[in-house]
Write a new protein. Structure first.
Lengths: 297, 325
């Protein structure tokens, strides 16, 4: 390359390449728009003229209208407002549970993959044990026991739902991260760092971890979707977020009783879960393609 | 081969043991415990409660209680009695297992019958219209919560669409047989349509996507080129060489997925009042019937372990490269 050509040559960083690939994924872009809409509507829920728990018994089970976009429920509460507030809870629980499960998963996976040997063996047996649990059943049992605790602050806490979901979903990130650490452990850059005397922890944190960021981001995105589905599922069955606090799941729980008289109660909260997880999954799919250096998209 | 099975089974034992200790501790942690009802009853004196505590062994240290409990399960197959109904837990679960297995088994067979051809076709004609439709469907299917799918099925086939001949709902909203019917096969099948359909639809989405991916891997493999170069017919190449190799990862996937199959059954049984283990568990959890909860989880965990062992054995049968000794 001549001097002049070098001057005109613009370097593209890895991040730029990744972003460029991501922006070519049309469904992912569309999904970002949809997700932004869902999040904004949840953020601005207080702008609604109705309160999330404001009852109006003379207005019960009204079909959707201009006053009540999603209709009203058995206590005359506005379902649109409750769906927006429910979204706040469901999204926060989804994000928090993902964060926590990822934290545990990354630590377990990194230790197992980096140090190998008996530690790897032990950690992976524990991971396998958790993977073969009938997890939904155990989730329900734990939640039942915790909600019987005398301390009422703990009993109705949304954070219990977060912890319980995280405890039973850290295994997937752990396995994935272990694989990444295991394969990078013997790459030249790690051996080079070792040979100049860099310590184990520094190698893990500064050399290997940054190289698995793509993997972690993709995994995080996909698990937000599944955490939202688990939360709403638990709440639907009555073992997650407790009424009167609305969540997308517990809004559906009361709806089935009124299937004949007020079918709209069943439609909208479920539709929100569907739209949200679908967007999140599309974004995850786009990110996976974007971070894959061999992707041809 | 037989020693391999023995080893797998032996590996499963510590797992079940740890699980049972954790669950037992959790349930003991629950406030109230087995004496809660007696304590609330004003006709029972403190002295009687103490005697009851002694008789149930609740005054002994945790590990003694655990060993006693575990021993009766292993030696006598006795999971204790239900707090609510007083019936034996093992009998209650025994009544429900066939119903769950019927539901899950039929739905799973249907899933494989649809998902394998769908995934194979979609991979074979990658980027075609069919592939596009299948991919979109599977993506949607993976994002939809199974209980909402069930609720929408109720709305569509029970609330909205009536049978044009009788004017009654097209499918029943729940249960296994009509009330007062002679429990015939036709009635059973009629009740199975919605729960089986809901489960299968959700599972087909997962499995056809998975099978499409594993089929794509296989289609690009070197041995496919070799098979064609040998002059084998395209049908033979696809159905003998490709399908068989693509099915192998599926077996592992099924084994790993077993817990979620039962989870799906729990939702569907709850929505459609299907008298299976999932519904029993849900009712027991609402009523804080801890012996039943523990029993169902242990049985479920046991079934999952058995399924994993079976999958491993099956893996050895279909993949001649896997050698057990």
């Amino acid at each position: 390359m001549t001097e002049a050509a070098l001057d005109n040559y613009e370097a593209t960083s890895l991040t730029q390449l990744t972003l460029r690939r991501f922006f070519r994924h049309r469904m992912a872009l569309l999904s970002i728009g949809v997700l932004a809409l869902v999040i904004f509507s949840a953020l601005f829920a207080p702008l609604s003229p109705y309160g999330p728990t404001e009852q109006n018994p003379s207005n019960d089970l009204m079909p959707p209208s201009l006053d009540h976009w999603f209709g009203t429920d058995d206590l005359g509460r506005d379902v649109f407002t409750r769906t927006l507030y429910g979204g706040r809870i469901s999204i926060i629980v989804g994000l928090a549970a993902t964060g926590l499960s990822l934290l545990v998963g990354v630590v377990v996976g990194a230790l197992a993959g980096y140090f190998g040997g008996w530690l790897d063996n032990l950690l992976m047996r524990i991971t396998d044990a958790f993977l073969s649990l009938p997890s939904l059943f155990v989730l329900i049992l734990i939640s039942t026991v915790l909600r019987d605790m005398p301390n009422s602050a703990m009993r109705n806490s949304v954070w219990i739902v977060v912890v319980v979901i995280a405890v039973l979903s850290w295994m997937w990130p752990a396995r994935l991260i272990r694989g990444a650490f295991l394969s990078m452990r013997h790459h030249e850059f790690v051996i080079a760092a070792e040979s100049v005397g860099v310590g184990d922890w520094r190698i893990m944190l500064r050399h290997i971890l940054p190289n698995s960021v793509g993997l972690i981001i993709v995994q995080a995105t996909l698990s937000v979707g599944s955490a939202i589905i688990i939360e709403s599922g638990l709440s639907y069955l009555g073992f997650g977020v407790q009424p009167p606090t609305p969540s997308w799941g517990n809004l559906l729980a009361t709806a089935q009783v009124y299937a004949l008289r007020a079918p709209w109660l069943m439609i909208f909260p479920g539709l929100m879960i569907f739209i949200t997880t679908m967007s999140v999954n599309h974004i995850g799919d786009g990110l996976r393609d974007a971070f894959d250096p061999f992707s041809v998209r | 081969m037989s020693t391999y099975i023995v080893r797998r089974t032996l590996q499963a034992i510590p797992l079940l043991l740890i699980l049972s200790v954790m669950l037992f501790a959790l349930v003991r942690m629950a406030p109230g415990g087995p004496l809660a009802q007696a304590e609330r009853n004003p006709n029972i004196t403190q002295e009687q409660i103490e005697r009851l505590r002694e008789r149930l062994g609740l005054n002994q240290p945790f590990y003694v209680q655990y060993i006693k409990w575990a021993r009766t399960i292993v030696l006598e197959g006795d999971l204790g009695d239900s707090i609510k109904s007083g019936r034996e837990v093992s009998v209650m679960i025994g009544e429900r297992i066939p119903n769950t297995l019927l539901l899950v088994g039929v739905a799973f067979l249907l899933t494989l019958c649809v998902a394998i051809p769908l995934g194979a076709l979609s991979a074979r004609k990658q980027y075609s219209l069919l592939d596009y439709v299948v991919t979109t469907f599977t993506f949607a299917g993976q994002s939809v919560p199974i209980y909402w799918l069930g609720l929408m099925a109720v709305l569509t086939f029970y609330v909205w669409i009536d049978n044009p001949f009788t004017g009654k709902p097209l499918f029943p909203a729940g249960g296994m047989y009509s009330i007062g019917s002679d429990k015939g096969l036709g009635d059973l099948l009629w009740h199975m349509v919605m729960p089986v359909g809901t489960l299968s639809l959700a599972w087909i989405a997962w499995y056809s996507r998975f099978f499409r991916a594993s089929m794509l891997d296989v289609l690009n493999a070197d041995y496919m080129r070799t098979a064609r170069a040998k002059g084998l017919s395209e049908g033979r190449v696809l159905y003998i060489h490709a399908l068989r190799n693509a099915v192998m990862p599926l077996v592992t996937m099924i084994a790993l997925d077993f817990p979620s199959l039962f989870a799906g059954a729990l939702f569907v049984e709850t929505i459609f009042s299907w008298p299976g283990m999932g519904r029993l568990f849900w009712e027991a959890a609402r009523g804080r019937d801890y012996p039943v909860l523990l029993g169902v989880i242990l049985i479920n965990a046991g079934l999952i372990v058995v399924a994993n062992i079976l999958a491993d054995i099956l893996y050895g049968v279909i993949d001649p490269r896997v050698q057990y000794d």
